[in-house]
Design a protein around this ligand. Structure first.
Ligand code: SAH
Ligand code: SF4
Ligand code: F3S
Length: 473
């Protein structure tokens, strides 16, 4: 039976009330009228989105923000567990806070997110990192104020990591990083249990937000100036399956597309097994949907795909790519690939390389396999050495760079519509922008253009970006 923890509005109200009570307590502890907080985020967009909610609470507690650990009265480290490298970096950075805590009396250090949802990591923080005051899992974000209150009043370390199937909550305060670009979580968790992956253990089971809550948030975002909205979920194509209504991800895209305003709809991530014709057709028909799909293939060999528990074959994947491109000839396709899955042979890896050359991805993220505690793959024999895997990975990186370079070159001379989203301080091409499909375009123009759409003539390109001039000016 599912153990999803649905959080009522009243419970959220209680947390908001605690924020007000905390204002004088945090001030007193900080010995200043303007306490500062630093929220440091690792991992994926889901974590970025959670950090925006943590910042929302901190704002209500009267905190301003800094990125200087020595100035911060409250430090929150929002962690990722997807690969060992990420965990090592995080533990190193937490350890380094010894200095800041010595220098700043009363500093509160909290560690949250996916890494601490693993029991061995929670234990490690408890035993070996006494400077850490609060530890809470991804399902406790909604009660962050209560945890701070418990620490401030009780003066004892607070460890609060539940290991149920996940919580679902609405209406948390949120301090967004950008007005223009917005994350919009549509669902949480993952049911897929790919054999290498820790996410189903750290993020719990799939749970979808109600369409009306998502549409309301989308409307508010558009009204407050968002022009680029990314719908987030570990596997957005499963959206709605748990709601018990006849409504899926494509229906949601259609409904968001129908909202008034000039904006772009993106989404992350699609599992290839659930991406199908209805989604491609909807993307093609909805004028605001970006023609971009991040479709992680992970490997190109059928034996490896099966061992990974991915539920598709190389042939099925290629057929989906073909179909998607039939609906959207301008589709940008990106992917993730794992090199050196346990037991993958160099011959099997050649199948990944040939698939990459066949699909011609616009960009790809390649990762060397990292064993994760408690996953099935971690118990599989893994004879290839790290050095051997690195050689394979380098081959893939070469392919990863050549293809986009060629694709970008084809743009020179064409005019594209972009959303100007930032300033490149001190650069000749002083503005950055993205096409609807997500291609990066550097251009020359006045900074006031940030936040508006523009037509740009592409004049040159590299592997990573296009360069252009405003057209017709
Ligand atoms: N939910 C998303 C991605 C989650 S993690 C999806 O299914 O696509 C992002 C990427 O990290 C994965 O696509 C995978 O390529 C990589 N990854 C996950 N676990 C890994 C591991 N144990 N070692 C190396 N890479 C891993
Ligand atoms: Fe991990 Fe697979 Fe779920 Fe993605 S779909 S989060 S790779 S288990
Ligand atoms: Fe990392 Fe958790 Fe995201 S493990 S990739 S932060 S879901």
């Amino acid at each position: 039976m599912s153990q999803i923890n649905y959080i009522s509005e009243d419970k959220i109200e209680e947390q908001l009330a605690l924020c007000s009570e905390l204002i004088p307590l945090i001030r007193a502890r900080s010995e200043t009228d303007a306490p500062l907080a630093f929220v440091d985020t690792y991992g994926c967009q889901q974590n970025e989105s959670d950090s925006e909610q943590i910042r929302g609470f901190l704002s209500l507690m009267g905190c301003g923000f800094t990125t200087d650990e020595f100035l911060a009265d409250i430090i929150v480290i929002n962690t990722c567990a997807v690969r060992e490298h990420a965990e090592m970096r995080i533990l190193g950075n937490v350890g380094a806070l010894n200095h800041t805590k010595k220098a700043k009396k009363g500093q509160i250090i909290a560690v949250c997110g996916c890494m601490v949802r693993q029991e061995h990591m929670e234990e490690k923080l408890k035993k070996s990192y006494p400077i850490v005051d609060i530890v809470f899992g991804p399902d406790e974000v909604w009660r962050f104020p209560e945890l701070i209150m418990r620490l401030v009043k009780g003066r004892k370390r607070v460890f609060e990591v539940t290991r149920l199937d996940g919580s679902l909550f609405e209406n948390l305060p949120r301090r967004r990083d950008s007005k223009l670009k917005a994350w919009l979580s549509i669902m949480y968790g993952c049911n897929n249990f790919c054999t290498y992956c820790i996410v189903p253990y750290t993020r719990g089971r799939e749970r979808s937000r109600k369409p009306e809550d998502i549409l309301m948030e989308a409307k508010e975002l558009i009204a407050s100036g968002a022009r680029d909205i990314t719908l987030l979920g570990q596997n957005v194509n499963s959206y709605g399956k748990d709601l018990g209504i006849d409504y899926d991800f494509a229906d949601l895209i259609k409904d968001i597309n129908a909202l008034e305003g000039d904006f772009i709809i993106r989404f992350m991530t699609s599992h290839p097994k659930d991406a199908g014709e209805k989604l491609f057709k909807t993307m093609a028909e909805c004028s605001k949907a970006a023609h971009h799909i991040h479709l992680p293939v992970q490997a190109g060999n059928n034996r490896v795909l099966k061992a990974m528990n991915r539920h598709y074959t190389r042939e099925e994947y290629l057929e989906k790519v073909r179909l998607a491109r039939e609906y959207m000839p301008d589709l940008v396709i990106t992917t993730d690939i794992i090199v050196g899955f346990p037991g993958e042979t160099p011959e099997e890896f050649e199948d990944t390389l040939s698939l990459v050359n066949e699909v011609r991805y616009d960009s790809m993220f390649t990762f060397i396999y990292s064993p994760r505690v408690g996953t099935k793959a971690a118990a599989m024999p893994d004879p290839l050495s790290r050095a051997e895997k690195q050689i394979l990975c380098d081959k893939l990186t070469d392919a990863a760079n050549t293809i986009p370079k060629e694709k970008h070159a084809e743009y020179v001379g064409r005019t594209v519509r972009v959303l100007v989203d930032g300033v490149n301080e001190g650069e000749e091409y002083n503005l950055s922008s993205r096409t609807k499909e997500g291609r990066l375009v550097h251009l020359k123009g006045c900074p006031e253009m940030v936040g508006s759409f523009a037509e740009v003539k592409i004049t040159s390109s590299t592997t990573w970006a296009l360069f252009g001039e405003i057209s017709g000016q």
